[in-house]
Design a protein around this ligand. Structure first.
Ligand SMILES: [Zn+2]
Ligand SMILES: [Zn+2]
Length: 659
């Protein structure tokens, strides 16, 4: 029997899951896993929480807790989220499991002994106050590429570039804010460059890899692969298993990838089986597109170095936006899984997220569209077809699947379509085209409704009972086929339909189109799919916008002492000119009575120099001077952020303090 090893990207244990995670990774992987089980294949479907790394360590430090405590809290939340969506993992582990430490250290050691990992001394930021090195997110500063503020030691959010901590300009320690010094530190590197050609041919020759993965990676291959730093100087993590490496840990990305293996190994121990057979048959990674690089370059190179079989393919789901805007957890522009499930059934989410776009395209979650699809497609098409068939069968045939008599062409056409449905849908799922499979299902349910209408069994049941009986026989068969092919997509609803059909067979894909015999007793049925009312959607929208507003208005509470540090004065603009080569900036001279300040202000889109001259404005006078476009700026003029309206102080005296 063939085996399939399926993984989902490891959720990072510093927050719960939201709809974007489910859409890109967990729901598609689960559909694939369930389908393969129904095909009679042996499936090993695993995941784990990723619990090391600096974000968790920093959060723990700020909350005065142990990192493992923070990770444990979110492990539980994430596990609950995924279980509530019926993601059918065979094992869901943690990267803080002792076995994971063992597996990661052994892996590191083997690569070191085989010469794929080597030591090199490099420069690293070191905080004298905190008495330690500052890896990754422990240091913040200005991005050397785009000038973006608040760039982290490993990444700039503004331009999206990967950074080295010592590249940051104006760096400061995230914990104590002091300026770090640069010190030498011995780190360990993986010879990624050695695998350049092998990775390139693996990517080019592997037809199973989807185009979005290949395209993304080819640019990096062209640039050339650099050796990859695999260790960090910090406490929270898996210790480097070499002599004289105290205080060094294995970089979180290396061991997180090995989390797939740990989770499988834990399952294997428990069930007394071998996970490796699954891996060697066919391994498939489901991930979000933001981590294509790690899975299609680092991971295969590490596996090559270790001497393992490479994964069969990598399926990368695209992003989900929310009401047309990019999701943002910090701005609370997000729908958390647990919040969603307080009001709606998980199958409605699984349906909507798979139906509204192919996995390899960015798509949007909108409350109105969600309501429309659930009502028009699930309730009105599938639900209606099931309900009228079940009700009619119960009412006119004592709940027994009626007999089939002579079939006309129309009947035969329906029978053929039912027979074909599992084959068509199955092929789509095999090729990771989850939406296309679902569309076929809905299409046939729609045709089922038309068939029911055209056959008018409510008339023929009296005028021509053989016609009514044959058509209801066929409708019941379609209900049965739908109940099986919907199972990977809507596992809960599928079982509800199966319960009404009163069939006890196993969930087997290949018998989805075998017919129920006439005379089989079905059970009385309540509607299986219900509509979502307008007021429910209205409330969800209100909550979403309300949460957003709260974030907008309340930033952080500051003390009166903090406020007192702000020196605001009334100033008169006595000089104004455009900054050369800039559409936004004006260079202003502001008289604040005891001195004149030069200010560069981003107001040119709303004010010409003539407009603003001689206006009385409010100006922050004790701002640290900065250079913009090479021009010194010594203050800040208060204006509204989006509409760029300068706050006026007309009627006040120049130099007057504001409190
Ligand atoms: Zn940047
Ligand atoms: Zn510090």
């Amino acid at each position: 029997m063939s085996k399939v090893f399926i993984t989902c990207a490891l959720p990072y244990a510093n927050g719960p899951t939201h709809l974007g995670h489910l859409r890109s990774t967990y729901i598609p992987a689960d559909i694939y896993a369930r389908y393969n089980r129904m095909k009679g294949r042996e499936v090993l479907f695993v995941c784990a929480t990723d619990e090391h790394g600096t974000p968790i360590a920093v959060k723990a430090e700020k909350e005065g807790k142990k990192p493992k405590e923070i990770a444990g809290r979110y492990y539980q939340m994430i596990k609950n989220d995924l279980e509530s969506c019926n993601i059918s993992f065979d094992n869901f582990a943690r990267t803080t499991d002792p076995l994971h430490y063992q597996i990661s250290q052994n892996f590191f050691l083997k690569l070191y002994q085989d010469g794929f990992i080597y030591a090199k001394t490099i420069k690293q930021p070191y905080c004298d106050e905190c008495n330690r090195f500052l890896p990754d997110r422990y240091v913040e500063g200005v991005c050397p590429y785009c000038g973006g503020e608040g760039a982290r030691g490993d990444h700039c959010e503004v331009c999206g570039r990967h950074l080295d901590p010592i590249q940051l300009q104006d760096p400061s320690c995230l914990i104590c804010q002091s300026t770090p010094e640069i010190r030498d530190s011995k780190q360990y590197f993986f010879r990624l460059s050695h695998f350049q050609n092998e990775i390139e041919s693996w990517l080019n020759e592997n037809d199973a890899l989807p185009p979005n993965v290949k395209n993304y990676v080819s640019q990096w291959i062209k640039e050339g692969l650099n050796d990859w730093i695999l260790t960090r100087d910090m406490e929270w993590g898996i210790p480097v298993p070499l002599d004289e490496t105290e205080g060094k840990i294995i970089y979180v990305w290396l061991e997180a990838l090995l989390g797939y293996i740990t989770s499988a190994a834990l399952w294997a121990h428990r069930n007394n089986k071998s996970w490796k057979k699954y891996w060697d048959d066919k391994a498939i990674h489901f991930i979000g597109k933001d981590i294509i690089y790690h899975h299609s370059i680092f991971w295969p190179a590490l596996l090559m170095a270790y001497g393992c079989k490479l994964p069969y393919t990598i399926i990368a789901g695209d992003y989900l936006s929310l009401e047309g805007r990019k999701m943002s957890t910090s701005k609370n522009w997000v729908i958390w899984t647990s919040d969603f499930l307080e009001t709606f059934e998980s199958d409605t989410l699984r349906y909507y997220l798979m139906a509204n776009a192919p996995l390899t395209r960015d798509t949007d979650f909108s409350w109105d569209d969600f309501q429309r699809r659930i009502n028009d497609e699930l309730a009105d098409v599938v639900g209606n077809f099931l309900h009228r068939t079940f009700t009619f069968t119960n009412r006119f045939y004592q709940g027994q699947v009626p007999e089939a008599f002579q079939m006309d062409n129309y009947d035969q056409e329906m029978v053929d379509k039912i027979k074909k449905l599992p084959i068509v849908v199955g092929e789509y799922i095999e090729n990771f085209k989850f939406r296309e499979g679902l569309v076929e299902i809905i299409k046939l349910a729609k045709q089922g409704n038309k068939y029911f209408n055209d056959k008018e069994p409510w008339k023929t049941v009296k005028s021509d009972p053989e016609i009514a009986s044959t058509s209801l026989y066929i409708c019941n068969q379609l209900c049965k086929t739908l109940s099986i092919v919907l199972n990977p997509y809507l596992p809960v609803k599928s079982l509800e339909i199966i319960a009404v059909l009163n069939i006890e067979e196993k969930l087997e894909w290949d018998s989805a189109n075998s017919f129920i015999p006439s005379g089989h007793k079905i059970l009385p049925a309540e509607p299986i799919f219900s509509k979502i009312e307008d007021k429910v959607i209205r409330m969800q929208k209100e909550t979403l916008y309300q949460n957003q507003k709260e974030v907008d208005t309340v930033k952080e509470i500051i003390s009166i002492e903090d406020f007192a540090k702000i020196d605001l004065r009334v100033g008169n603009i006595i000089g104004a000119e455009k900054v050369k080569d800039s559409d936004n900036l004006l260079k202003l001279i502001v008289d604040v009575k005891d001195k004149k300040l030069q200010v560069v202000a981003g107001l040119a889109k709303n004010y010409s120099p003539e407009d603003i001259l001689n206006q009385k404005v409010i100006i922050l006078v004790n701002l640290k001077p900065a250079k913009l476009f090479g021009i010194k700026s010594e203050g800040m003029i208060l204006a509204t952020k989006d509409t760029l309206n300068v706050l006026s102080a007309e009627g006040a005296a120049v130099g007057e303090k504001i409190k």
